[in-house]
Design a binder for this molecule. Sequence first.
Ligand code: IPE
Ligand code: IPE
Ligand code: MG
Length: 250
Amino acid sequence: MNPLPSLPETGSSPVPRHVAIVMDGNGRWAHRRHLPRVAGHKQGVEALRRVVKACIERGVKVLTVFAFSSENWSRPQAEVAGLLDLLAFVLRHEVDKLAEAGVRLHFPGDRRGLSERVVQGLAAAESGTENNHRLVLNVCFNYGGRWDIAQAARRLAAEGREITEKSLSEATSLAHVGDPDLMIRTGGEMRISNFLLWQSAYTELVFSPCLWPDFDAEELDRALAAFAERERRFGQTGEQIRPAAGQHYA
Ligand code: IPE
Ligand code: IPE
Ligand code: MG
C-alpha cells in the first residue's frame, strides 16, 4: 500500500486533496417523482459518476463516499435488498470504466453481512485497480465511524500494540488516504450520521440542500468555493497563520 501524506496544512488552499461526501436525499428525490426509493438510489449512481469525473478534472486526489451505513440495515427489507443489488450491479458494470479513468477503488466497511460473491467482487475491484493513481475512490459500504474506531482498537489489542492516536489512525479503514479536508452532506440534513468520526476531527463541513441524485459538477464547485474561503487553523490563531494580518495589533 502506498499511503498518501496527511499532514494538515494551515491557511486556505484552492482545491481540497481529499473530499468526503454523505450522499443523502435519494429517497426524497424518488418520492417527489412518485417512484420507489430504489429508483432514487439508482439515480444516485449517475450522480456519483458525474462527481468522480469532476473530481478528476479539478485535481482532487481522494474521494470518499458514504454508500451504506451500519444503521441502514434497519431500513425496509426490500430497500436493503435493492441497495445490495445496486452494489453488485456497480461491481459488474462500473469497475472497468473507473479503472480506465485511472481510479483506484477501496471499499472501507464491515464485510460481515455481505454475501461471499459480493465480498469477492469487492476484493477483485480493489486488487484490479491498485496500480491506478489519478483518483482514489473509497466507497464506504456497511461502514460506521464507531465500527471503524472499534475495529481499529480491537486490531491493536489483538496485536498487543499500544493504543496511541497515531497507531489507531493507522489501523482505521481509511489509513491509506489520510483525513478528509472537506466533507459535503447533500439532502439538507446537518449531521454526520456516523460517517468518518475519527477522521473528520479537522475536516471543513459543507451542507447542501441539493438532493444527491441532482448533485452535479456545478454543485461540487459551489462546495469547493465555500472550502476555498475557509481558514484552517488547527488550533492556532488567525495571526499565526497570516502573520501580516496580525501586524496592526503589534
Ligand atoms: C441516501 O439517501 C442513501 C442511503 C442512505 C443508502 P436516502 O435513502 O437516505 O434518502 P432520503 O434521506 O430518505 O431522502
Ligand atoms: C447517511 O444517510 C448514510 C448514507 C448516506 C449512506 P442516512 O439517510 O442514513 O442518515 P440519517 O438516518 O438521516 O441520519
Ligand atoms: Mg437519508
